[in-house]
Design a protein. Structure first.
Length: 87
């Protein structure tokens, strides 16, 4: 899952996918991604997109993360630090 909502190079993350892997774009980047089709073809990787899902889809994602020991990295900040958090 790619939840990055700012402009970024998706090619940085494609090598992390297994053969037949799918990267799902959840964050909305304003500039188009430039991706080499050849790399996707040889590894049978895919790029998909999705808008926010409902409660059932959210629970499915949480369950998948739990099964694979994927946990969020959270940090509590004060309101005065909000500009730092967004940068």
């Amino acid at each position: 899952m790619n939840t990055i909502s700012g402009n970024h190079d998706i090619n940085t993350y494609l090598p992390l996918l297994a053969k037949d892997g799918v990267i799902v774009q959840l964050g909305l980047a304003l500039k188009p991604h430039s991706v080499s089709q050849v790399g996707l073809m040889f590894t049978r990787q895919s790029i998909a997109g999705s808008l926010i899902g409902g409660v059932a889809a959210t629970q499915e994602c949480i369950d998948l993360c739990f099964r694979h020991n994927i946990y969020p990295d959270c940090q509590i900040i004060e309101a005065k630090e909000i500009n730092w958090a967004w940068s």
